[in-house]
Design a protein around this ligand. Structure first.
Ligand SMILES: NC(=O)C1=CN([C@@H]2O[C@H](COP(=O)(O)OP(=O)(O)OC[C@H]3O[C@@H](n4cnc5c(N)ncnc54)[C@H](O)[C@@H]3O)[C@@H](O)[C@H]2O)C=CC1
Ligand SMILES: Nc1nc(O)c(N)c(N[C@@H]2O[C@H](COP(=O)(O)O)[C@@H](O)[C@H]2O)n1
Length: 256
């Protein structure tokens, strides 16, 4: 746990909405990941790799605390079993974890995940220090399956799918309905790709900021930042700030 009481100053480049403002109509979207020098975010068959050093991992927890929600795809939940907590930050009643949102079209979310187990044992923890997992699934998921996930302690939000997926363009309105004004999207590969490619109706990027931690490591065989074949049409990024954090370089960018 860190003794540093405030987030790294360069995170002001995220340009987040004031948390005291009522939910804006366009919730803020930050896309973030940690990658190797060879554009990988995980090892063979999706095995989790710790790429971030101590300093940049701490920065990631600060970013989590600055957003109202944190979003990952079900692929990441099944492969990494993440906690999505802010456990590296000093304990303080003013530092709260973000609301976890899982994109899970078929509602595969198992009751054995750390996210679920930690929520179900919340009475053992300080109030507000753990959030209920909220799962966005397809409307066609059976009532039985939804009831079962809810009985296990998750909140399930059925929404209409586009090509079998939760369309990135629907996320802002879902977030507004849920009263969430900012989200940090942490991956994995397929989710990063669909949001990097996503545009608003006026042609601008759906994503407000991209924060990339680059670790001086080669992974070789592994999972790319975006799936194979989806690299060609990636948008151009405009660098707003680069911070050296320990062994890593952290870049805050805008999407052109
Ligand atoms: N180094 C890093 O920063 C991170 C690495 N990872 C790695 O990423 C890997 C998991 O990536 P993936 O298998 O691609 O899983 P993923 O986490 O991207 O989830 C993909 C699933 O989400 C569903 N989905 C719903 N809406 C979607 C949308 N709009 N776009 C894309 N998918 C949508 C898909 O149907 C699919 O089942 C793991 O190996 C994990 O370790 C994950 C997060 C961060
Ligand atoms: N910032 C960062 N650096 C890495 O090296 C990583 N492997 C990740 N992965 C992301 O963090 C999630 C797990 O975090 P917790 O254990 O819950 O704190 C993982 O699922 C990825 O989303 N991130």
């Amino acid at each position: 746990m860190s003794n540093q009481l405030t987030p790294p100053e360069f995170l002001s480049h995220l340009n987040l909405p004031n948390p005291n403002d009522p939910s804006p109509s366009n919730p803020h979207i930050t896309l973030t990941w940690a990658q190797s020098l060879d554009f990988r975010i995980a090892g063979e068959r999706g095995k989790r790799v710790i790429l971030s050093g101590e300093e940049s991992m701490l920065m990631t927890h600060w970013m989590r605390s600055m957003h109202q929600a944190i979003l990952v795809g079900i692929g990441t939940v099944l492969l990494d079993d993440p906690r999505l907590q802010i456990n590296l930050l000093p304990s303080s009643p003013t530092l709260l974890p973000p609301q976890p949102l899982i994109l899970d079209p078929k509602l595969r979310f198992p009751p054995t995940t750390k996210l679920q187990i930690e929520w179900n044992s919340r009475s053992l923890r300080p109030p507000g220090s753990v959030c209920q997992p909220w799962i966005l699934c397809g409307e066609e998921v059976s009532k039985e399956r939804i009831s079962s996930a809810e009985e296990n302690g998750a909140r399930v939000i059925p929404i209409s799918l586009v090509d079998g997926r939760i369309s990135p363009q629907t996320l802002p309105s879902i977030m507004t309905q849920l009263g969430l004004s900012s989200v940090m999207i942490e991956g994995g590969s397929r989710v990063l790709s669909s949001f990097l490619h996503a545009r608003r109706q006026d042609g601008s990027s759906l994503v407000d900021r991209v924060v990339v931690t680059v670790a001086p490591t080669f992974i070789g065989n592994g999972i790319g930042v975006v799936p194979l074949g989806e690299e060609e049409s990636l948008p151009e990024l405009i660098n707003l700030h680069t911070e050296i954090m320990g062994k890593d370089a952290v870049m805050v960018c805008k999407v052109r």
